[in-house]
Design a protein around this ligand. Structure first.
Ligand SMILES: *[C@@H]1O[C@H](CO)[C@@H](O)[C@H](O)[C@H]1NC(C)=O
Ligand SMILES: *[C@@H]1O[C@H](CO)[C@@H](O)[C@H](O)[C@H]1NC(C)=O
Ligand SMILES: *[C@@H]1O[C@H](CO)[C@@H](O)[C@H](O)[C@H]1NC(C)=O
Length: 310
């Protein structure tokens, strides 16, 4: 009898413990889902934001850190979440240049009104892509113009020397100041982190679909690629997070070089110039960046990635 009673007590305790754990996990999962797909929570204030507004009010002074980020219509919430993650972990005077399409400006302003993110909104003029994306209407639909915004950094920030570019699908867990302070090798237009470097994936949580080497994107059987002398199995770099020296970028005409490859590629849509896969074509900027920066991968300071919120 007593043994049975003890068993029952233990059982009840176990059930309670289980329920507590389950509850906590569900809460976490909930937060996670909201952050993963904030658009589903459109109109609601994310836990992220309330937290940020009440506890983390920081007076941001000192040298400006320009951060360029894109805001596609269907991912406005994600962009705001990415920006909040930066503010949350840094006291630096971060000023965002948010590149978006004209049609999204009003909606974006609404999102931003709930935050105190320092920002300017830059309207991405689609004319800039004329002749650089295929004219075939079926293909045009697949084009996500803002993914190419990073090619035009000096157009958005003509005065800046050093800027950070971030994809809208990242969550930054370290202090962005450290990323900004990382040096860019003299003569290089940008510092990237290698995808294969496990440390580089720690501080920044990237979106899915991330692949690790050139061969995942480029077709090494194509003549145009062979000529470049790239090695197929070299680790690619993460083009979603980088620090750029725009002085050097302009001197090396990086934008024109990228445009040159885009134009060639657009004209040869049928005979894909260097894409590994037809379905990748014009959806992603990686191949162009890999070609231009192939010999110039210089890692961002990895310390940036070693800070975890516990
Ligand atoms: C941008 O949108 C506004 C209204 O939403 C419109 O009046 C304006 O003509 C648009 N500009 C361009 C360049 O499309
Ligand atoms: C950027 O590049 C220019 C030209 O090479 C160089 O003079 C300058 O020091 C660089 N700036 C940074 C912040 O690396
Ligand atoms: C960049 O473009 C300018 C003018 O278009 C040209 O004079 C210069 O030689 C180019 N520089 C490089 C490195 O291609």
């Amino acid at each position: 009898m007593t043994v049975r009673r003890v068993n029952v007590v233990i059982l009840v305790l176990l059930v309670i413990a289980f329920l507590i754990i389950l509850h906590r996990n569900l809460l976490n999962l909930n937060d996670f889902l909201k952050q993963e797909n904030p658009d589903t929570a459109s109109g609601m204030v994310l836990p992220f934001e309330t937290d940020f507004l009440s506890d983390h009010k920081v007076i941001r002074t000192g040298d400006e850190i320009p951060v360029v980020i894109t805001a596609p219509e269907e991912r406005l919430g994600a962009t705001v979440t990415a920006m909040n993650s930066i503010y949350r972990n840094s006291k630096a005077n971060v000023v965002f240049s948010i590149v978006t399409l004209n049609e999204s400006v009003v909606h974006l302003r609404t999102w931003l009104s709930k935050t105190d993110l320092k920002h300017k909104i830059i309207v991405f003029d689609l004319k800039i892509l004329t002749g650089k994306i295929p004219t075939d209407p079926q293909k045009v639909e697949a084009v996500k113009p803002l993914t190419f915004a990073r090619f035009f950094l000096p157009v958005f920030l003509p005065e800046a020397e050093k800027v950070i570019y971030l994809d809208d699908d990242v969550i930054v867990q370290g202090d962005i100041q450290e990323l900004f302070d990382s040096s860019i090798k003299l003569g290089h237009a940008a510092a990237f982190s290698e995808d294969c470097d496990s440390a580089s994936s720690k501080g920044i949580v990237r979106g899915a679909g991330n692949q690790n080497s050139y061969i995942a994107f480029l077709d090494f059987k194509k003549e145009a690629i062979k000529k470049l002398g790239m090695r197929a199995n070299t680790c690619s770099f993460n083009p979603g997070v980088f620090v750029a020296n725009l002085t050097e970028w302009k001197q090396q005409n990086i934008t024109s070089q990228l445009e040159f490859w885009m134009e060639r590629s657009a004209k040869l849509v049928c005979v894909l110039l260097f894409y590994k896969s037809r379905t990748l074509s014009f959806k992603i900027p990686e191949p162009f960046l890999y070609v231009i920066f192939r010999n110039k991968i210089y890692k961002v300071k990895t310390d940036f990635n070693n800070q975890f919120p516990s």
